[in-house]
Design a protein around this ligand. Structure first.
Ligand code: BG6
Length: 506
C-alpha cells in the first residue's frame, strides 16, 4: 500500500506517522501576506521535519506583490530561521506568480506552472489551493480557478480549496459566498478552516467524551447544572485594528471558534468517528441551540470594549487608541452570552459564553459545572470551601483536564473543601503535539475533511449569532467598557449572577 492509498480517517487511525501528504503542489493565494509567513510556512516546515511531506512537493505562491521566484524562496527561508534539512528541498521546488486575483492571466500562468512542476517533479495532479487572502477575493479566486478548469480534479489527482475565515460577515453573505464556491467546487472539495479544530485539546473533547465510559453518563441535564465556555486573550488587536473594526469579537471568535467548541461539547455520540459521523452530529447539536429572539438580545448578551489598563504589569492603551481604530468606535472586543439548547440531553442547562481581548489571562476552557449534592450531610460551616463538582477541559494554555471535587481537610474536625484532580498533556505525553495549522494543512492535502467546517455548519453557526448582529448593528445597542486586565464589564457579571451563578475565576 502506498502512502496515497492509506486510509485517511485520521481520528480513527490516529497514527500521525503513517499519514503523509501525497506528492503534490500547494498553491497559496496571499503568499506575501502575514498568515503565510506566520502560520502556513512554519506549519509546512514542521511537516517536512516530521517527514510527512513527500519529496515530490512544491509550493506555488500567488499574490499581488511583485516578487521574483528567488525573492519568494528567500521569504520562505527567512520565515523559518532554524529550518530542518528538508526545508531547502521544498524551497528549491517552490516558485511565485505575481498577479491580480481577478485577472485571467494570473490563472493561465498558474495552470502552466502547475503543468511544469508536475512534469518536472512527477507530483501527479494533486493540487491544494489555499486561500490566505483578504476575504473579499475568495469568491473571485474560486471563479477564476474554475474558468481555467483548475477546479476539476484530473484523473488520478485531486483539486481542493482550503478557505480561511472569516467565512462571510453574516448569514446572508456567508450564504452568498457558499453559493459562489459551489458554482465551481463540489462541497467535498471545499475545506473551510477553523484553526481551533486543529488544536489537539479541542479534539480531546471527543476523546474524553467518547473513549471513556465514566464521563458520558454524566454528560447531560441529569447531572450538569450549566456549561461555561471561556476564550480569554491578553492581547489587544495588535496591528489588526482596521480589520478588527470590521469584525468585532462576535464575528472574530464567537461565530466560529466558540461555536465549534460548543458543538463538540453538546453533540451526541456519532455512529462512527469519521468526517460524516462527526459533522452530522455537530450540526445537529448546533441546530438544537435556541436562536435568541431579537427582542431578547439585551437580556442574553452583553458586549463591551476594552479601555486602557494594565496587562502583566504593563500599561496598555484602550481599544479606541489602537492604530487603525476609530476614536468613536462601537466595535466590541468582549462578548458574554447565555444560550439554551432545546433537546433531550440539554434542556434547561444554560450555556454561558464569554470571550474578550485584554483580559487578565490567556485561557480557553470548557467547564461543565455539576449540580450540587441534593443534601449536605454535615453542617454548612464544615463545607464553606466546597463548591459543586466541575469538569474543566483546558484547551489552552496548560492543556489538560481538571476534575474538581470535595475532600476532607486533614485534622480532627470534619471539614471538606475543593481539591483538583488534574491531567496535564505536557506531563502525560512526551511527544509535542502538532500545531493547529500543521494538522489542518496535512488533513487538507491528505483529503480528510473531518476537522473542517461543512457548509451547513457555517450556516447554522451564523444563524445563532445573527440576532446579535442585527441588534448590535442598529447603532443604539449599549456598549460597556472594561479596564484592560479586568475580567470584563459589570453587565456580564449581572448576566450570570441573576441566574444565581458566577463566572469561574480561572
Ligand atoms: C483568530 C482571531 O481567529 O484567533 C484572533 O482572528 C485571535 O483575533 C485568534 O487572537 C486566537 O487564536 P489562538 O489560537 O491564539 O487562541
Amino acid at each position: 500500500m502506498t502512502s496515497t492509498t492509506l486510509p485517511v480517517n485520521v481520528l480513527a487511525e490516529g497514527l500521525d506517522t503513517v499519514r503523509r501528504a501525497p506528492p503534490g503542489v500547494l498553491v497559496v493565494f496571499g503568499a506575501s501576506g502575514d498568515l503565510t509567513h506566520r502560520k502556513l510556512l512554519p506549519a509546512l516546515e514542521r511537516l517536512s521535519r516530521r517527514r510527512l511531506l513527500p519529496a515530490a512537493f512544491a509550493v506555488v505562491g500567488v499574490a499581488r506583490t511583485e516578487m521574483s521566484d528567488d525573492s519568494f524562496r528567500d521569504l520562505m527561508i527567512g520565515a523559518i530561521p532554524d529550518a530542518g534539512p528538508g526545508w531547502a528541498e521544498i524551497v528549491k521546488n517552490s516558485s511565485y506568480i505575481a498577479g491580480e486575483y481577478s485577472h485571467p492571466d494570473t490563472f493561465t500562468a498558474l495552470q502552466a506552472r502547475l503543468k511544469e512542476i508536475e512534469e518536472a517533479l512527477g507530483t501527479g495532479p494533486n493540487r491544494t489551493f489555499y486561500l490566505a487572502t483578504i476575504p473579499e477575493v475568495f469568491a473571485g479566486v474560486a471563479e477564476a480557478l474554475g474558468k481555467v478548469g483548475l477546479n476539476q480534479p484530473e484523473p488520478g489527482g485531486s483539486a481542493r480549496l482550503v478557505i480561511e475565515k472569516p467565512f462571510g460577515r453574516d448569514r446572508q453573505t456567508a450564504h452568498e459566498l457558499d453559493a459562489a464556491l459551489h458554482e465551481v467546487f463540489e462541497e467535498d472539495q471545499i475545506y473551510r478552516i477553523d484553526h481551533y479544530l486543529g488544536k489537539e485539546t479541542v479534539q480531546n473533547v471527543l476523546a474524553l467524551r467518547f473513549a471513556n465510559a465514566i464521563f458520558e453518563p454524566l454528560w447531560s441535564r441529569n447531572y450538569i447544572d450549566h456549561v461555561q465556555i471561556t476564550v480569554a486573550e491578553t492581547i489587544g488587536v495588535e496591528k489588526r485594528g482596521s480589520f478588527y473594526e470590521t469584525a468585532g469579537a462576535l464575528r472574530d471568535i464567537v461565530q466560529n471558534h466558540v461555536m465549534q467548541v460548543l458543538s463538540l461539547t453538546l453533540m451526541e455520540p456519532p455512529g462512527s468517528i469519521d468526517a460524516q459521523g462527526i459533522r452530522d452530529e455537530k450540526v445537529k447539536a448546533l441546530r438544537s441551540v435556541v436562536v435568541p429572539k431579537l427582542a431578547d438580545v439585551p437580556n442574553v448578551a452583553v458586549r463591551a470594549q476594552y479601555d486602557s489598563g494594565w496587562i502583566e504589569g504593563n500599561a496598555v492603551p484602550g481599544y479606541r487608541q489602537e492604530d487603525g481604530v476609530s476614536a468613536t468606535s462601537q466595535t466590541e472586543t468582549y462578548v458574554a452570552l447565555k444560550l439554551s439548547v432545546d433537546n433531550w440531553r440539554w434542556a434547561g442547562v444554560p450555556i454561558y459564553i464569554r470571550t474578550g481581548k485584554r483580559l487578565p489571562k490567556r485561557l480557553t476552557e470548557v467547564a461543565l459545572q455539576f449540580k450540587a449534592v441534593p443534601h449536605l450531610a454535615f453542617p454548612k460551616e464544615a463545607a464553606t470551601g466546597l463548591n459543586p463538582n466541575a469538569l474543566v477541559m483546558r484547551i489552552q494554555p496548560d492543556e489538560g483536564v481538571t476534575l474538581r471535587f470535595g475532600a476532607k481537610v486533614p485534622g480532627q474536625a470534619f471539614m471538606v473543601r475543593d481539591v483538583l484532580m488534574d491531567f496535564s498533556y505536557g506531563a502525560a505525553f512526551l511527544e509535542e503535539p502538532p500545531d493547529a495549522y500543521e494538522r489542518l494543512l496535512l488533513d487538507a492535502m491528505v483529503g480528510d475533511p473531518t476537522l473542517f467546517i461543512r457548509s451547513d455548519e457555517v450556516d447554522t453557526a451564523w444563524g445563532v449569532v445573527q440576532p446579535l448582529l442585527d441588534a448590535w448593528g442598529s447603532g443604539d445597542a449599549p456598549l460597556s467598557g472594561y479596564a484592560s486586565g479586568s475580567w470584563g464589564p459589570r453587565p456580564a457579571e449581572t448576566l450570570i449572577e441573576r441566574d444565581g451563578r458566577q463566572w469561574r475565576t480561572p
